[in-house]
Design a protein around this ligand. Structure first.
Ligand SMILES: [Cu+2]
Length: 187
């Protein structure tokens, strides 16, 4: 019987002391800020992840790509180019055939030197273009290009393509001769 009161008293005193400190002490501010801060953080995180799940991610990954994907208009052609060796360069286009209309050529320079992509509208086979003394092909038939792009970089251009046969080529000196071209078709 004698042990019961002492147990209860200590329990009440700490409670009262906390209450008193809450009103009179500065520590109250700290104890209140912690739970509120935790709640607000959770709300911010959930709202950010919800809204950013699709929209923010797409926007951050590529401003140019977002425009084309969101509008649903231009067909996107991914062009990749670089060097296989010092004498053999390459250029690929995916897809290699698209329907007529606005087309975005996104060129990724996967090589170690500057490259470009010229879009030539010509019936001449991709590997039969005439090369000048300057080791470049004529750009008279060009309908657009992703100009000189540094290694690892990407450039995009949108061109309203008409049906026909095309050749994509890098026209930096000697690059076409080293195989930096590919056939392309618009239907
Ligand atoms: Cu090149």
């Amino acid at each position: 019987m004698a042990g019961v009161p002492p147990v209860i008293r200590p329990g009440h005193f700490p409670t009262r002391r906390k209450s008193c400190r809450s009103w009179a002490g500065r520590r109250v501010v700290v104890s209140i800020q912690v739970p509120k801060g935790g709640q607000s953080d959770e709300k911010e995180q959930s709202s950010t992840s919800t809204s950013g799940g699709a929209t923010a991610t797409t926007a951050a990954s590529g401003g140019v790509t977002v425009t084309t994907a969101a509008s649903g208009g231009p067909t996107v052609v991914n062009v990749v180019g670089g060097e296989k060796s010092s004498t053999k360069y390459y250029l690929t286009a995916t897809p290699a055939s698209v329907p007529a209309g606005p087309t975005t050529f996104t060129f990724k320079n996967a090589g170690t030197m500057v490259h470009e992509v010229i879009v030539l509208k010509t019936d001449t086979p991709a590997d039969k273009l005439k090369v000048g003394a300057n080791h470049e092909v004529s750009e008279a038939a060009s309908v657009g290009e992703d100009s000189e792009t540094k290694p690892g970089k990407t450039k995009s251009t949108t061109i309203d393509l008409k049906p026909g046969k095309y050749v994509l080529a890098c026209n930096i000196e000697r690059h076409y001769e080293k195989g930096m071209f590919t056939a392309f078709t618009v239907t």
